[in-house]
Design a binder for this molecule. Structure first.
Ligand SMILES: NC(=O)c1ccc[n+]([C@@H]2O[C@H](COP(=O)([O-])OP(=O)(O)OC[C@H]3O[C@@H](n4cnc5c(N)ncnc54)[C@H](O)[C@@H]3O)[C@@H](O)[C@H]2O)c1
Length: 431
């Protein structure tokens, strides 16, 4: 039987535990989700028919605070996937030191097949089903794949209607006009960009000599591409669910974003006469993009993209995981043996949850920050944690992923130790 995504996620924890002197009870406690909710959401379609959608919300661990994590709309959403994403959120929040635990949710749906009104009914219907499970001090959702700020706004509005009071802090990633934070929209891509700048500094890598391929050109992928391009990095390939485009000199990212916004496909670059003549890009599959000869590969779409099947063919020197779980643990071992350095998801894409924390703080205090303040604080956290994990991976002679897990488990362990573990209670320390 093949290993589940959750078993694969657990493998990372088991690899990291021996590098700590923490009680084994800590691994036991973070090895199982706190609670899993499965709901069925009825949606009246525009043609009058009724469709039921399966939705999930998993709270993995609340040791360090209320649980936090995105909501995904995708046909492949399953309980196993949501459990794994919730697990990663626990470690991600601990890596960046925000006072949250991990959660995740999702609905098994092809969001692109719904009309805007059907999407609104689905989003509000989901909140009605999970309203008793979430809250500003309990569990705080946010956007993820195929959800966006408008959907977060509908959800906050529905929750506030149910509670009969304005509750902006129940959800993050809202429109700024509904209590969202400035700087949240590009926070995931920006956090990854700060990591890449630190990585380049460590390896004396100049932007103009760095070729980058990005899989996934949505919220996270577009923003990291835009920021890197502005610094002079060469983005030579990007893709979406339909396929990839490649140009050895690098793309003009603002034009590509405009094309994607207008046509919804990056490969439309071929059909847009003006751009075809100026870029002459090659068309590739997503699989081919992953195996390009580049300096940095950025998976920014789905999990399980680099596996034991293709890890041997990866030619990038560095991989920066903007997506959650794009590399399996088996592929990790192959990449490590080939000295391909991986900046792990729980660090590289933690910019999103960090600015979500800023948004939650602003909602709770009722006082709102300037964009520069958001950027300055995000940059300080990402650079601090990157530096710590980078040094730790050298000190304990392991890969950056294991070092990031060690760092996170230690933070979780400190809180669990404060409450008492078996080594405390079994040593006669009852007073
Ligand atoms: N948005 C956030 O704040 C955030 C935070 C942390 C992590 N992430 C992770 O980043 C990844 C992308 O999230 P997003 O918010 O950018 O989603 P999004 O919905 O905005 O974009 C997803 C992109 O992936 C592409 N895609 C889908 N299936 C694909 C496939 N099989 N091959 C290649 N591309 C494919 C889509 O076409 C789209 O361009 C996810 O793994 C998500 O969990 C997002």
């Amino acid at each position: 039987m093949s290993r589940s995504l959750f078993d694969d996620a657990m493998q990372r924890l088991n690899t990291a535990m021996p590098y700590t002197d923490l009680d084994d009870e800590i691994a036991l406690r973070v090895g199982t989700p706190k609670s899993c909710l499965e709901v069925s959401v009825p949606v009246r379609r525009d043609d009058g028919s009724l469709t039921f959608y399966r939705g999930y919300r998993v709270r993995h661990d609340n040791t360090r605070g209320p649980t936090k994590g995105g909501l995904r709309y995708h046909p492949s959403v399953t309980l196993d996937e949501v459990k794994s994403l919730a697990f990663w959120m626990t470690f991600k929040c601990a890596v960046v030191g925000v006072p949250f635990g991990g959660a995740k949710g999702g609905i098994s749906v092809d969001a692109k097949s719904l009309s805007p009104m059907e999407l609104e009914r689905l989003s509000r219907g989901f909140i009605r089903q999970v309203a008793d499970f979430i809250g500003p001090d309990v569990d705080i959702p946010a956007p993820d794949m195929y959800t966006n700020e408008r959907i977060m706004g509908w959800m906050m509005d529905e929750y506030s209607t149910i509670r009969r009071q304005h509750v902006p802090a129940v959800i993050t990633g809202k429109p700024v006009s509904m209590g969202g934070s400035v700087g949240r929209a590009d926070a995931t891509g920006r956090g990854a960009y700060y990591c890449i700048r630190e990585l380049a500094r460590k390896h004396d890598q100049s932007p103009s000599s760095t070729r980058i391929a990005i899989q996934g050109f949505g919220n996270a992928g577009q923003h990291v591409a835009r920021l890197l391009h502005k610094d002079g990095y060469r983005i030579v390939a990007v893709s979406d669910s339909q396929g990839a485009v490649y140009h050895p000199d690098g793309f003009d990212i603002p034009s590509l974003i405009r094309i994607k916004e207008k046509t919804r496909h990056v490969q439309t670059v071929y059909c847009d006469k003006a751009l075809c003549t100026s870029t002459a890009a090659d068309q590739l599959t997503n699989e081919e993009l992953l195996e390009l000869d580049v300096d940095i590969l950025i998976p920014a779409a789905l999990e399980n993209q680099i596996t034991s099947r293709n890890a041997q063919n990866i030619r990038a020197r560095y991989i920066v995981e903007v997506a959650n779980g794009p590399i399996t643990s088996e592929a990790d071992a192959i990449l490590n043996s080939r000295n391909i350095e991986v900046v792990p998801d729980i660090l590289a894409n933690a910019g999103g949850v960090t600015v979500s924390y800023f948004e939650w703080l602003q909602n709770r205090s009722g006082s709102y920050w300037e964009l520069q303040e958001v950027h300055r604080k995000l940059q300080a956290i990402m650079a601090r944690e990157f530096e710590y994990i980078y040094d730790l991976h050298h000190d304990i002679k392991t890969d950056m992923r294991t070092a990031a897990y060690v760092h996170a488990i230690k933070r979780l362990g400190e809180t669990m130790n404060a409450k008492g573990t078996s080594s405390y209670f079994s040593n006669g320390n009852q007073r």
